[in-house]
Design a binder for this molecule. Sequence first.
Ligand SMILES: [Fe+2]
Length: 392
Amino acid sequence: MPVDIAKRSDGNYDTHFYAGQDEIGKDGVLRIAKAYRQKVAYPDFLPAWNPNEKYPPLEFHKFEDPGLRADPSFPNLLNGKVTLKPITPKLGTEIKGLQLTQLSDAAKDELALLIAQRGVVILEDQDFVDKGPGYAEEYGRHFGKLHIHQTSGAPEGHSHLHVTFRRPDRTEFNRVFRDKTTSIGFHTDVSYELQPAGYTFFAQLEGPESGGDTLFADTIEAFERLSPHFQEYLSTLHVIHSSKEQAFNSKSNGGIQRRAPVTHIHPLVRVHPVLKKKSLFVNRSFSRRIVELKTPESDLLLDFLYSLVENSHDLQLRARWGPRTVAVWDNRRLQHSASVDWEDPVTRHNVRITPQGERPVEDLKYLNDPTYFPHRDEEEEEDDDRVVYSKY
Ligand SMILES: [Fe+2]
């Protein structure tokens, strides 16, 4: 079957409106087909795409990490009823005996610290999702300024949420595998933004009885596997991240564009402000090239780093979802991938809350410095027409 280049996917391929399958209302708003809308368990969280919703470019803001405010002995988060179970020795913790809705602000700060330390925490059967989209937005604001996605569906009136909705229809699977041999696509959410995602919530509203797991990979551990000499070299490099391809995909499917697409340069190795550790900050979905290198050199090196993260199963875990499961992870540290491995035509409906983190820095002396610009080389900037610099 010939590959339709215009339908190629980068980034989150499950976030788009599909003209011909979904509906365009008389008010111009794009919605999931009515037959599917009527079947869902959480209609308040159904995605919609309003083409009239437009936003200016995101601007720098200071990020105050809630993990840095936390008491490291966790007196507010952990009490006699709460149990923690590690998923792997270094990565991931299942928390039982706790409802997110019951946490005080001090306990939320401690949750952030625990997420930073463990990469991801998973909580089953949370009443969190029953309180509606407005509650979810307000909750997320404790962890950072909420991101509005450039193209994805959001509940009507709640643009700060990001909904992934897989229709109960076999065309979903055909679409995923049209030009791919696997549904696996590791990435960091919105790494192309000036201040990409930090502490990120993802809640399952409904889904298949089994399957649809999320895979997580630890980029701190990946960095620490490298030789000191190579670590030192990588720490001098910077990478262009782009949202243009994701924007193109949305447009080619009849979807929307809330903000102009962006490119930003980030350090290849970033330092975590809470853990003070270095991690590899590149991902196959949104990283495009290493600024300091020639294209073949950049391709070779990026491919090695992607493979290191994606194929090292000993720095990964697999999270399973049940009804009302909530996973919260540190997008600065982990990459993740969906897994489309079920075939029954059932709805898979999830909502993401995406607080933004700090502008990634290669050295904490630049943390929250509005004048920091990665790879500022005036001479090269003028001469180099390969690189599209944004005004940031
Ligand atoms: Fe994602």
